[in-house]
Ligand binder design. Structure first.
Ligand code: CTP
Ligand code: CA
Length: 234
């Protein structure tokens, strides 16, 4: 696999990569967000550019230098991310959903800043509603039957199963081709430059990527995408 990495094995392909974390605004100054830095998504975009792909990055609130050689489109919310990704995916050979997308958003947006007036002694409550699942939508409505769809899952083990059990169930539920599963905890996976993951393939196979730089994991993800693209006509 490594031998492909210096060449242009993705020349002529278009990859869409979402990165970062969405923000769902409550009022003009407040939002519900998450800890995703965008590093892993940017590393995938960088790896794909270096292998000759045309790359569109859909960046949700990422504070990193742009990926040289990629088109970067900035978004804030889950719904904006959805619109931009679906549009970009129309002519994409592969879509990698590395962004952490909000599952819920405030049902109502307050046009002006919410004040803590002296009279209102009760803390306000924020009603939430579900966002749409972009990865499931992309997987179900592929622009071509050969389009490769990759998801990410940050999991923790719990009483109902281990990290990989949750990963297998999520891969099946989403309907994507590959799911990059990493175990998260208080100090694992987020702001770090490093990552460790198991990439589950819908064909049942799994690729373990030991702890190392996010760029290394990125190249393994791109290897698997390239493999699928390479075998799509055979
Ligand atoms: N995802 C998405 N749209 C959403 C939520 C998630 O496209 N509204 C994508 C993420 O970009 C990621 C994958 O789905 O590639 C898995 O995200 P994750 O949060 O792990 O899965 P959920 O289905 O939201 O399940 P849960 O958070 O309950 O574990
Ligand atoms: Ca989620």
């Amino acid at each position: 696999l490594r031998s492909h990495r210096t060449g242009a094995d993705l020349a002529g392909t278009h990859l869409v990569v979402s990165a970062g974390g969405t923000r769902e605004h409550i009022d003009p100054v407040r939002f519900i967000g998450n800890r995703s830095s965008g590093r892993q998504g940017y590393a995938v975009a960088q790896a794909a550019v270096s292998r000759g792909a045309r790359v569109t990055v859909v960046a949700a609130n990422v504070a990193l230098p742009d990926v040289a050689g990629a088109d970067v489109i900035r978004v804030v919310s889950a719904e904006q991310l959805r619109e931009v990704v679906l549009k970009a995916a129309a002519d994409a050979d592969a879509v990698v959903m590395a962004a952490a997308v909000a599952d819920f958003r405030p049902r109502q947006y307050q046009e002006s800043k919410i004040k803590k007036t002296a009279e209102s002694m009760d803390a306000p409550s924020i009603q939430l509603e579900r966002t749409r699942d972009i990865l499931a939508e992309l997987s179900a409505e592929r622009s071509s039957q050969h389009q490769v769809v990759v998801g990410f899952a940050a999991e923790t083990g719990d009483a109902s199963g281990g990290v990989l059990d949750h990963g297998r169930a999520k891969l099946a539920a989403k309907g994507c081709d590959l799911l990059v599963v990493n175990e998260v905890g208080a100090d694992r996976g987020f702001e770090s430059e490093e990552n460790q993951a198991v990439i589950l393939d819908r064909d049942g196979s799994a690729t373990e990527v030991p702890h190392g730089p996010k760029s290394e994991l990125a190249h393994v993800i791109v290897d698997l995408v390239a493999q699928r693209l390479g075998s799509r006509h055979s």
